[in-house]
Design a protein around this ligand. Structure first.
Ligand code: PMT
Length: 406
């Protein structure tokens, strides 16, 4: 995609990943974009103004109190004279200052003064990334409408492993193109297939009555839409839900857990499976063929049979096991401990733990506060909308596949 005529203000923060910005500038320029750089004081420890200036063929702005620069172009004009502001690397400190609305250097002042979209490419040590303070700041920035690309998982300069590596120049470029295009020329999950379960299941008692739960399908539907938006060919297997059909997704409607399992099997093979449905663990054994009548006040005796476990079945398939199986754990106590045990028991790769205690309003509500359990690591995500949870999960899945392809 051509970026001809687009003006990017690149704010280079202080992290080892700053060197990737040089390649990013080159790629942006190749596509016709004009790039102007702000280099923070810490950023200048990693790349020189000369390299940025040579590649962008423009002046590099560094100092809020530089009279000459202010006379040529004040920081307010700098912030308005761009179509998009890209912060890369977005360090923990820069993110914290952005989230707090601080304006104590040229970068933060420009970011506060802008009326243009802002994109961040976070980069930091994995512990710093996972720290609740950083996650809180990220949640605030996303809620403020800031766009995010990365970080990815991998080895870090500090010899640790995990999430915190800045997205590659190509990924940042795709995100910028997607922003301008509304739809990326190439999307990160293009060529992959996904299967998502959503909503409750209804387990018949007789032809007119059933056992159900409070799941609305909001979270699962949002995940299917987010995966499709990133390019995955997505099948959504949903129990009864009044949520609108997500666009770009093939929807298969089912009633019971057994129907859901059959529909999931029929949708295989898939590269990605996300089981967000609240599947009934039990069904009525031998549901009545006719409506059960009252019999002189004697209640009917119902006996139950265990339903198939769809997540476990998907995770333990010998043939056609999806490459990445993500489960959900709806818990009301000992959230992380129970989620970890559930992940091990069911054999899925990742599990998204969410507190569904009645006062959280998770079931049926618009927001969710989740913790992503991947192997030994647990990421605490701040409370956000179910759409944001879905976008973030879809991006994490895209990052996982990008890393696997490297
Ligand atoms: O639909 P919403 O109103 O938006 O609410 C979202 C949600 C709370 C339903 C969702 O975020 C969620 O947590 N979904 C999982 C609910 C659940 O059944 O959790 P669980 O801990 O009982 O099950 C663990 C995992 O096993 C889940 O991935 C579930 O889909 C799966 N499972 C469970 C039982 C079963 N028989 N088959 C399964 O596949």
């Amino acid at each position: 995609m051509s970026l001809a005529g687009k003006r990017i203000l690149l704010i280079v923060g202080g992290g080892i990943a700053a060197y990737k910005c040089l390649e990013l500038i080159r790629r942006l320029r190749e596509r016709g974009a004009a790039v102007r750089c702000i280099l923070t004081k810490a950023g200048a420890e990693f790349v020189t103004p000369l390299s940025l200036s040579a590649l962008s063929e423009d002046k590099v702005y560094q100092d809020l109190f530089d009279l000459t620069a202010e006379a040529e172009m004040g920081h307010i004009q700098l912030s308005r004279d761009a179509d998009l502001l890209v912060v890369a690397p977005a360090t923990a400190d820069l993110m914290a200052r952005m989230a707090g609305g601080q304006a104590n250097d040229l970068a933060s002042t420009t970011l506060l003064a802008t009326d243009k979209p802002v994109m961040i490419a976070p980069a930091m040590n994995v512990r710093m990334w996972e720290h609740p303070a950083t996650q809180r700041n990220l949640g605030q920035l996303l809620a403020d409408g800031v766009l995010q690309v990365g970080p990815n998982e991998g080895n870090m300069a500090c010899n640790e492993f995990g999430f915190g590596r800045m997205a590659e120049p190509d990924e940042i470029l795709s995100a910028i193109e997607k922003h301008f295009d509304g739809h990326a020329a190439t999307r990160p999950l293009d060529g992959l297939t996904a299967l998502v379960t959503s909503g409750p299941t209804h387990e018949a008692i007789d032809p007119v009555r059933y056992i159900a739960n409070r799941s609305s399908g909001k979270q699962g539907h949002a995940i299917a839409a987010a995966l499709a938006d990133l390019g995955a060919e997505t099948v959504l297997v949903s129990g009864p839900s009044s949520e609108p059909d997500p666009t770009g997704v093939r929807l298969v409607r089912v009633e019971s857990a057994r129907d859901m399992l059959a529909a999931c099997r029929a949708a295989l093979p898939a590269d990605i499976a996300v089981c967000a449905a609240a599947v009934a663990d039990w069904r009525v054994d031998g549901a009545a063929g006719q409506k059960i009548k009252k019999r002189n006040g004697a209640p009917p005796a119902l006996s139950f049979a265990e339903n198939p476990d769809i997540l476990k079945t998907m995770s333990r398939l010998r043939k056609d096991r999806p490459k990445l199986v993500v489960g959900f754990a709806a818990e009301t106590e000992d959230l992380i401990e129970n989620a970890r045990a559930k992940r091990d028991r069911k054999g899925c790769d990742w599990i998204v733990a969410n507190d569904v205690s009645p006062d959280t309003g998770t079931f049926g509500g618009d927001n969710n506060r989740v913790h992503l359990v991947t192997g030994d690591t647990v990421e605490d995500w701040p409370k956000m909308s179910k759409n944001e949870v879905a976008d973030r999960l879809a991006n994490r899945i895209a990052g996982h596949f990008a890393d696997a392809a490297e």
